[in-house]
Design a protein around this ligand. Structure first.
Ligand code: ME8
Length: 676
């Protein structure tokens, strides 16, 4: 069986996912499902890029450890993928790769060693150690040359032209990859194979970049400066440059250099590997990645396809830097997943930039889906229910009835439609094989329009009244239903749920995800098939209502942002803290501790709680007993001096020595009452 390996970038675990991440993963998912239908043994990778200074800083900003930071973002991304059925359970990716996986550490080290052991095409050592002085942009994860930064008036530290943030000065020992020795071989490989880098315009950019001259690349950082990374083999003072670590994930995930993933069989998939990336990271995926692979003696992937960027209404790249992102949660709450998938593939020509607008999304969903495919499906199937007792009729028109068919504007020759469908299928396959999704879909929608037109013009609601038109009506209904079956198979990778739904409504129950469009045969829909229960598949979207909901969400967010700026918390945040009235039943000093008192506190629960309080210098155990106090009752239990504390007693902290003054009540209150 032929294999097909498709990858998305692994996304940085420093910030929350947005439409851009959803986009690349959705398109890859479509290709993955399409190739599966075509009979390929597929493997689909997505995941998170979890090392480097970027992540380390995000963790510091968020007061998390780096591990907590990457766990958090990986969790959010997985949730998003599950929402859009891009995860394993939804039939999507085969692996959610994380570069903090143990097996990745192993594999990358093997990869590094393999590069280091070989010499360059010019016979030099591939990796060497030197001293490095340069400006580094953490958000770009890239060293910057003079043309890539600016020094503003009155400032000494240059700023990156992309992010306009001050750069980091790096002056340290570093391992270098001898990239300058790879120009010729890179050009040769890229020029020989026009599919290696796509689209052509991007390929040309990379060719001129290489022709402009390549400089050796620093591929490590001193551990004392960047601690969150994978160690360089044999040198514990250095960690790998994050891009060496990140790019190698495409190999380690499928078993290169490690036992854990070995059974996937990396060589079998690697021989037909395709990387889908945004144009922002094409240079890394071609110039650097190709050179690393050549150095390690590993074949290049078959294609690196750089798609364009989603832009906001002002034509600016949507992303975390500008903060002008479209949130996947909003899309998930307000739109149907299949409608969004269709829009993403149809609206933006793969390889070019596209402007995102909710209005366009709504318009497409209404015009192409609700009124287009959805309407075709519901009108056809409901006519079968109404006029033919829910049984798909035989569509043959006998010669003696040709005359009636012609009179109704229906061609007696079924073959005309069959050949249109067959050539549409060829076109669709050609375009999808070539990753031109928009054109493939456009071809299909022409067929939808054609069938719609036949129905409207032949007016089955009139044909039913005319006995002579029985066969004409049967033909119209059969042809529409059989076409619908073809459309379901063709469109399945793009709209997996809705096509399954329509397919079941036609009354068919085979697994559509395994039907190869190339094998579709006209007539396989048997007359007499009992159609299933019919229901609308694509809802009509109310633009005003949706835009209002989006505005409201935006307002909520703005308010939350304002509150955060003022250090306010929301009422929901406050209610996360459970404050309760407690009564101290017993109290003792904790041996060997100057500060701690061990209290048994009644919170109105079955058993009193053991709570440790750092008050021994100001309250004696006798002072405490019998007091009504305020307790944080849902604080995670923690250990102090080897004893567990199951809550926290609230007190004001007064004066220079932070003297605790217990919070208590003027009136009698029952134990366990909640403070609000
Ligand atoms: O670059 N439009 O991660 P990243 C379309 N960790 N796609 C967009 C987009 C937009 N406006 N913004 C982002 C990294 N993307 C590295 C990759 S791979 C070994 C390491 C998508 O979180 C697009 O696929 O910055 C882009 O290339 C990727 O997100 C960048 O994700």
């Amino acid at each position: 069986m032929n294999t097909f390996y498709i990858t998305t970038p692994i996304y940085y675990a420093n910030s929350l996912p947005h439409l851009g991440h959803l986009y690349t993963t959705t398109v890859s998912d479509v290709v993955h499902r399409y190739k599966k239908q075509r009979g390929f043994e597929t493997f689909f990778l997505t995941g998170t890029d979890e090392h480097g200074i970027n992540i380390q800083r995000a963790a510091e900003d968020n007061k998390r450890t780096p591990q907590e930071q990457v766990d958090f973002v990986a969790g959010e991304l997985k949730k998003m993928f599950a929402d859009f059925r891009l995860d394993e359970a939804g039939g999507g990716y085969d692996i959610f790769m994380r570069t903090t996986n143990e097996f990745h550490y192993e594999g990358v080290q093997v990869f590094w060693k393999q590069m280091a052991e070989n010499s360059t095409p010019k016979g030099n050592s591939t990796i060497y150690k030197d001293f490095y002085k340069a400006w580094f942009c953490a958000p770009c994860a890239e060293f910057k040359t003079e043309t890539e930064y600016e020094i503003r008036e009155g400032e000494e530290i240059p700023r990156c032209l992309v992010h306009e943030k001050p750069l980091d000065r790096v002056e340290e020992e570093s391992y270098f990859f001898r990239l300058s020795d790879y120009s010729e071989i890179l050009l040769e490989k890229i020029e020989q194979n026009e599919n290696l880098i796509r689209p052509e315009s991007r390929r040309n950019e990379i060719i001129s970049f290489i022709k402009g001259g390549l400089q050796d690349l620093s591929i490590s950082r001193e551990k004392k400066n960047v601690s969150w990374g994978i160690p360089v083999p044999g040198d514990k003072d250095h960690v790998m440059y994050v891009w060496v670590d990140a790019l190698s994930n495409y190999l380690t995930a499928i078993g290169f250099g490690n036992k854990t993933q070995e059974n996937i069989g990396w060589e079998k998939f690697w021989q037909n590997a395709h990387h889908f990336v945004g144009k922002d990271i094409l240079r890394f995926h071609t110039v650097y990645w190709f050179s690393f692979l050549i150095a390690a003696g590993i074949e290049l992937p078959k294609t690196v396809f750089a798609h364009g960027m989603w832009l906001d209404g002002d034509g600016r790249k949507m992303g975390k830097t500008l903060g002008n992102i479209i949130k996947p949660q909003v899309l998930h709450e307000l739109f149907q997943t299949d409608g969004l998938r269709y829009f993403l593939l149809r609206e933006m020509s793969f390889g070019r930039d596209g402007k995102f607008s909710y209005e366009n999304l709504i318009e497409r969903a209404n015009a192409d889906l609700a009124k287009g495919l959805g309407n075709l499906s519901s009108r056809t199937l409901s006519m079968i229910t109404k006029y033919r007792d829910g049984l798909v009729p035989d569509g043959t028109i006998h010669e003696e009835n040709f005359i009636y068919a012609k009179r109704a504007g229906v061609s007696p020759d079924e073959q005309e439609l069959v050949s249109v469908l067959e050539s549409t299928r060829e076109e669709f396959i050609r375009e999808f094989d070539d990753f031109n999704f928009g054109s493939g879909l456009e071809a299909v929608w022409k067929v939808i329009a054609r069938i719609d037109k036949t129905i409207t013009e032949s007016a089955p609601w009139n044909l039913i009244k005319d006995e002579d038109q029985e066969e004409t009506l049967n033909a119209v209904l059969y042809r529409a239903t059989e076409t619908l079956r073809w459309l379901c198979v063709l469109l399945h990778p793009v709209m997996p749920e809705s096509t399954k739904n329509i397919y079941a409504q036609i009354g068919l129950d085979d697994d559509i995800s395994k039907l190869d469009p190339a094998q579709l045969k006209w007539g396989d829909l048997k007359p007499g098939t009992k159609i299933g229960e019919t229901a609308p598949v694509f809802p009509r979207l109310d633009q005003n209502k949706i835009m209002k909901a989006i505005e409201e969400k935006q307002e909520e967010e703005n308010e939350a942002a304002k509150a955060a700026e003022n250090n306010y918390i929301s009422i929901d945040d406050f209610f996360k803290v459970e404050l309760k009235v407690g009564e101290v039943l017993e109290c003792e000093s904790v041996p060997k501790s100057e500060k701690l008192l061990e209290c048994k506190v009644d919170l109105g629960e079955e058993d009193p709680r053991q709570i440790l309080a750092g008050m021994a210098q100001h309250y004696s155990p006798e002072d405490m007993v019998g007091k009504k106090i305020v307790v944080v009752s849902n604080l995670k239990p923690r250990k102090m001096m080897g004893m567990e504390s199951q809550g926290m007693i609230c007190a004001a902290s007064v004066g220079e020595d932070d003297k605790p003054v217990l919070a208590t009540f003027l009136e009698d209150v029952p134990n366990g009452a909640r403070l609000k």
